[in-house]
Design a protein around this ligand. Structure first.
Ligand code: ADP
Ligand code: MG
Length: 291
């Protein structure tokens, strides 16, 4: 590309809320036939709210107290939803010892001398919590696109909570426009398959990569590249950063984490996916007009 091309590109980018950190990225963008989107905070607003609380053993107040106590030490959007609900109900907080945050799974800690954990199926399986009698309820919640958090102590389920996130206003339209341009849209998430599928359906995505642990996001990008695609990736989280670096064009959500922004080539400043469409258009316009 000529320097003039890049300058024009950057200028137009700024007007469209696109910050270009690496000049060649905007050129590569028009060759990307696959764009992989993170779910939480990228397609969705990333501000889930607590929608369901089901007590299995003990009482609801204690359940919410335990969960709030543990989640207070976590930065995850799910944690924020639970803490917000707990604080609204002014539940008492406990002392917590040996707090542990397990990426892609949940949180654990000692409360009242007992090991309590809050998280997904993977975490429950590791602690031998039998979910069998509650499986249908969990599945129903997931099919509604909700993320289910189970709270348990060793071998005993205390309760089930669900949080729901909402789509960004322009997600469906932006993704649809990309598909009309012949681009394949993928969703990638650490969330479970059923929840991911329900959200994907709402935005017309048929390719869903779910249950992906943070390290796994890079491998999925590599896999797609191995199939001969130039791959763009859009994400907001710390756990997206390595995948943003690996992809041919990394696009960070400007309202997301600094770590994602630093790992990316392009930032969509306001975090809306329409700006990703603009980036593709810009890429095509800039390099056909000037070269
Ligand atoms: P993503 O940001 O792609 O949705 P993460 O790897 O951050 O994925 O999280 C994957 C899953 O791990 C979540 O959907 C949730 O089930 C579980 N999880 C992660 N952090 C927490 C937490 N603080 N509390 C409860 N569950 C959690
Ligand atoms: Mg995210």
């Amino acid at each position: 590309a000529t320097p003039t091309a890049l300058m024009v590109g950057s200028g137009l980018g700024a007007e469209n809320g696109i910050l270009i950190r690496k000049g060649e990225a905007i050129q590569t963008m028009k060759e990307a036939k696959v764009i992989v989107f993170d779910k939480t905070g990228t397609i969705t607003k990333g501000k889930p709210e607590l929608t369901d609380i089901i007590t299995v053993n003990g009482d609801e107040g204690v359940l919410l107290s335990y969960a709030t106590t543990l989640e207070k030490s976590s930065e995850h959007p799910i944690a924020k939803a639970i803490v917000e609900a707990g604080e609204k109900r002014e539940v008492p907080l406990y002392q917590v010892e040996k707090f542990n945050s397990i990426t892609g799974k949940g949180v654990t800690g000692n409360i009242d001398g007992k090991l309590i954990f809050a998280g997904n199926r993977k975490l429950m399986n590791e602690h031998d919590v039998d979910l069998e009698n509650h499986e249908q309820k969990i599945i129903d919640l997931e099919n509604e696109g909700k993320t289910v958090i189970m709270v348990a102590e060793k071998g005993k389920l205390l309760g089930i909570m669900a949080v729901a996130d909402t789509l960004k206003e322009d997600s469906f339209q932006a993704l649809e426009e990309l598909r009309k341009m012949g681009i394949k849209t993928y969703m990638i998430t650490g969330d479970n398959h059923r929840t991911a599928q329900a959200i994907a359906k709402k935005v017309g995505i048929s390719e869903v990569l779910a249950d992906v642990l943070p390290d796994g996001k890079v491998d999925k990008i590599k896999e797609l590249q191995g199939m001969g695609y130039k791959v763009a990736m859009v994400g907001d989280g710390i756990n997206d950063a390595p995948a943003l670096t690996q992809s041919d064009v990394g696009i960070a959500i400007g309202t997301g984490t600094d770590i994602a922004i630093e790992a990316a080539d392009i930032t969509v400043v306001r975090g809306n996916l329409t700006a990703v469409v603009s980036a593709v258009k810009l890429s095509k316009a800039t390099f056909t007009k000037i070269e």
